[in-house]
Design a protein around this ligand. Structure first.
Ligand code: HEC
Length: 158
């Protein structure tokens, strides 16, 4: 009996490690710039994580559910957000430098984060080494537990 438990624990450990390793080597999906792109989203709240200007990119798989605004996203659905700085010029917000890129991809292996892979990238597209549970999931689950963790709404997309 003891041995069975140990085997299970070891297997779970390696499963967790391989997922963590996968997260570290995650790359941005090729060609996401060609997915449906949102209008410019301006966030003027300096305390917000998205303070600045950002654009959302939504792939074909995710779009149907996104438009409906309810339901579970199909496996493989993807969202990318590209974030830029912001500065005021003559009372008008002007887009600054690219500051970060984030990705959500529906992948049932990522049980800890609600069946989504969460990954953050530098402006150059390198993994930024964030903790997907503390730095991503916890906010998303708080804001959108009833919308399969997707916070933005199609109504604001265009
Ligand atoms: C403090 C809260 C918060 C944290 C932490 C956070 N997000 Fe978000 N995220 C948001 C909000 C709010 C939106 C919606 C933005 C909009 O409406 O344009 C969003 C949108 C997104 C989207 C587009 C899909 C959606 O849910 O609308 C992705 C992809 C995303 N976030 C990834 C991440 C990743 C990866 C991390 C961790 C590096 C992260 N987020 C951390 C609040 C958060």
């Amino acid at each position: 009996m003891k041995r069975t438990i140990l085997t299970i624990t070891v297997a779970a450990f390696f499963a967790a490690v391989s997922i963590a390793a996968a997260a570290a080597t995650v790359t941005l999906p090729k060609g996401y710039e060609k997915w449906e792109k949102s209008k410019q989203q301006i966030d003027n709240d300096k305390k917000s994580l998205f303070y600045g200007i950002h654009y959302l990119y939504v792939d074909k798989k995710a779009m149907k559910t996104y438009k409906k605004g309810v339901g579970t996203y199909p496996e493989g659905s993807q969202f990318v957000v590209v974030q830029y700085g912001i500065r005021q010029e003559g009372g008008k917000p002007v887009q600054g430098k690219k500051s970060m890129v984030v990705l959500m991809k529906k992948d049932k292996r990522y049980k800890e984060t609600g069946g989504w892979l969460f990954a953050g990238f530098t402006p150059q597209g390198k993994p930024s080494g964030i903790d997907p549970v503390k730095n991503c999931y916890e906010c998303h689950v708080k804001e959108a537990a009833d919308r399969d963790l997707v916070i933005s709404r199609f109504a604001d997309f265009r």
